[in-house]
Design a binder for this molecule. Structure first.
Ligand code: NDP
Length: 306
């Protein structure tokens, strides 16, 4: 029987592991399929406090894991296939076998949706990004593209105008899905150029290991063109990794777990931290902060049971 099981090994899960380990709760952390989370898809992280010269995303994850290990956190590879949150102790069916736990911290994150191109996979972190706040700074004076037509894409495009000389907003239709106010801002901004009715067929050039442009196809005429670019931001949305908990925890209409009073979910003893409950900020530092909150909430919950 475990005191605390944590699902997910991004900054939220690892911070929860550090805090619960230091509280002598011997946490077990299940690393999940995308071990390390979204930071492992990025290169230099310059906005995590404490690293004046920046730190590589995967290295930051490794440092966090080592710090939690120092205090006795245990880690297992693999995923959780099923959970039963209907009664305590909670039962988790994991790749490593069944686990019973008094509290559960869900830090399974959200996955940025991708276009699904091989070239995109090869160039992620090398000119292809899913986070303008994280990587926009690297594109000062450069020409970039944002893909998508919703609020995420609009926000990313507007943010990027601080740095990029031009932001091409590539959308597969001729109408944005973004809210009216964001549409107005996009249309008024001289640095943003909408590229309507277009999809990216290929991101160039995986051979060179950097983004040099894109191959576009017009969805109306089928015509293919090339455009020179220095970076591509994929802004087609995120999917919270919550399918395991559907029907067992309160979620918003697109599947983010609802937390209140700190990191508490609708089931006592179950806490959520990081992007799995945050459609707004989505930063490593906010994920780490909510991981800390979840750990303290779990510790207090266990104390109150005695
Ligand atoms: P949305 O689902 O609203 O938009 C996704 C966009 O990406 C759509 O324009 C869609 O095109 C396009 N898209 C999807 N898949 C592909 C693909 N494979 N290839 C090309 N284009 C694709 O997601 P968002 O993340 O933008 O927003 C999700 C929710 O979060 C919304 O409710 C939004 O309002 C909210 N949000 C709010 C923010 C805020 O208030 N600050 C910031 C960000 C999000 P199409 O339109 O043709 O379907």
């Amino acid at each position: 029987m475990r005191n605390v099981v944590i699902i997910g090994s991004g900054p939220a899960g690892l911070t929860a592991a550090l805090y619960t380990a230091r509280a002598n709760l011997q946490p077990l952390l299940i690393r999940g399929v995308e071990a390390g989370g979204q930071l492992t898809l990025t290169t230099l992280v310059e906005n995590f406090p404490g690293f004046p010269k920046g730190v590589q995303g995967p290295e930051l994850i490794d440092l966090m894991q080592r710090q939690a290990s120092e205090f006795g956190a245990e880690f297992v590879e693999g995923n959780v296939k099923r959970v039963d949150l209907s009664k305590r102790p909670f039962i988790l069916e994991a790749d490593a076998g069944n686990i019973e736990t008094k509290t559960l911290i869900i830090a399974s994150g959200a996955s940025a949706k991708l276009l699904g191109l091989e070239s995109e996979r090869k160039l992620i972190g090398h000119g292809v990004s899913t986070c303008a706040t994280c990587d926009g700074y690297f594109f000062r004076g450069k020409e970039v593209a944002v893909v998508g037509g919703g609020d995420t894409a609009a926000e990313e495009a507007l943010f990027l105008t601080r740095y990029a000389s031009q932001v091409n907003l590539i959308h597969r239709r001729d109408q944005l899905r973004a809210s009216k106010i964001m549409q107005d801002r996009i249309m008024r901004n001289e640095r943003i150029k909408p590229v309507w009715n277009s999809v990216i067929k290929e991101i160039l050039d995986p051979e060179k290991g950097e983004v040099t442009g894109v191959k576009l196809q017009n969805t109306q005429s089928g015509e293919e063109t090339r455009k020179k670019l220095d970076g591509v931001f994929i802004g087609i949305g995120h999917t919270p990794n919550t399918s395991l908990f559907r029907g067992q925890l309160e979620m918003n209409d697109v599947g983010y777990i609802i937390t209140q009073g700190g990191a508490k979910t609708s089931v006592p003893g179950v806490f959520a931290a990081g992007d799995v409950q945050d459609p707004v900020y989505r930063q490593a530092i906010t994920a780490a902060g909510t991981g800390c909150m979840a750990a303290i909430d779990a510790e207090r919950f266990l104390e109150a049971q005695h």
